[in-house]
Design a protein around this ligand. Structure first.
Ligand code: PLP
Length: 342
């Protein structure tokens, strides 16, 4: 087991957290005159700052302890907090495996932390050389790993990831925003082997709650305790906690929706592969596909003129567009729009 204190800013270890009224006292009934709330109204009380009901349900489903769970205002919040507990501004660095999710760079910039970019190979995969380079670079406090990766859609090699978890001298974030659409298992099951790893998941994708902003981090009690210490007191609203709990109570329907999205993804890949304008289709284990075309800018604008909004990813991977999987009717419209053009 690694001593994770070596990767945490000394100031964060010493920090005295704010203790909110609802942190100090929480009960169903009573005369609450402790939090300067308004006694009138329906949303007048602060929510549970530790989201205990949601954590209890998640812990049951994911087979972890509630103390290994952190709930954030979307997973973007917890990625930001992870950088803040570990990186001294203008001194430490974070690593990314590009092309990848753009927020890692934005959050590095926001925290005045240098970004070291390790480029994946042509299949957007790790290689032994890349793993060696990552594990021998100094001052890297966090490595951001996105698997399935956005915008490429693929999962990263399990054996090479294991090597990183064992050898990397810093914290590792495994961003599993799209894991419910993948064949690969979540790394949550193996968290006990890797004390420096945090897995993040979200209610925004497979659970259909992007509007509610609920992200979840899974990790050691020690790391989760540090994130909890530095978070804003009431970082997830009561409405959003309830929305997430309700989603967990309709798992059967959600599994059916995931199955439809996965089937639609394969159909979209098969149909688009037939079109001459598509130069390359990348395999996907997410709820989107990346395709290379002759001129991404042109295709993007043409689809836009037909009211279909996709993402032009040329700045990450030349001449590519990323298409999210929609309803069967929406996907049909994309196929027709592109067919009519070919
Ligand atoms: C890889 C990845 N991580 C995290 C997020 C952010 O998710 P959330 O809505 O939970 O903040 C996204 C959103 O698109 C994403 O693609």
């Amino acid at each position: 087991m690694k001593d994770i204190q070596a990767y945490i800013r000394p100031g964060m270890l010493k920090l005295q957290a704010y203790s909110s009224a609802r942190n100090e006292f929480q009960a169903e009934n009573g005369i609450f005159l402790d939090a300067n709330e308004n006694p009138f109204g329906t949303l007048n009380r602060y929510p549970d700052p530790l989201q205990l009901e949601l954590k209890a349900r998640l812990a049951e489903i994911k087979n972890v302890k509630t103390s290994q769970l952190f709930i954030g205002n979307g997973s973007d919040e917890l990625i930001d907090l992870l950088i803040r507990i570990s990186c001294e501004p203008n001194q430490d660095k974070i690593g990314i495996l590009s092309p990848t999710y753009g927020m890692y760079k934005v959050l590095a910039d926001l925290n005045s932390v240098e970004l070291v970019d390790f480029r994946l190979n042509d299949e957007f995969q790790l290689t032994q050389e890349l793993v060696d380079a990552i594990c021998t670079t100094n001052d890297l406090k966090v490595l951001m790993i996105c698997s399935p990766n956005n915008p490429t859609g693929n999962c990263l090699d399990v054996q090479l990831l294991e090597q990183i978890f064992q050898r990397f001298k810093g914290l590792v974030l495994i961003d599993e925003a799209y894991i419910d659409f993948a064949e690969q298992e979540s790394w949550i099951a193996r968290l006990n082997e890797f004390s420096n790893c945090i897995v993040s998941q979200t209610f925004s994708k497979a659970f259909g709650l992007a509007n509610a902003r609920v992200g979840v981090a899974y990790g050691s009690e020690e790391l989760i305790g540090l994130l909890t210490k530095i978070k804003a007191p009431y970082n997830v609203s009561g409405l959003n906690q309830t929305a997430a709990l309700n989603a967990l109570n309709r798992m059967d329907e959600i599994q059916e929706e995931i199955a439809i999205i996965k089937a639609e993804r394969e159909n979209l890949i098969a149909e688009l592969s037939k079109l001459p304008l598509v130069k390359k289709m990348y395999p996907s284990e997410a709820n989107f596909i990346l395709l290379e075309v002759e001129n991404a800018e042109e295709i993007y604008n043409e689809l836009l003129s037909k009211g279909i909004v996709v993402r032009n990813r040329t700045k990450d991977v030349k001449n590519t567009i990323r298409i999210s999987i929609g309803t069967p009717a929406e996907n049909e419209q994309v196929i027709t729009a592109l067919k009519n053009r070919s």
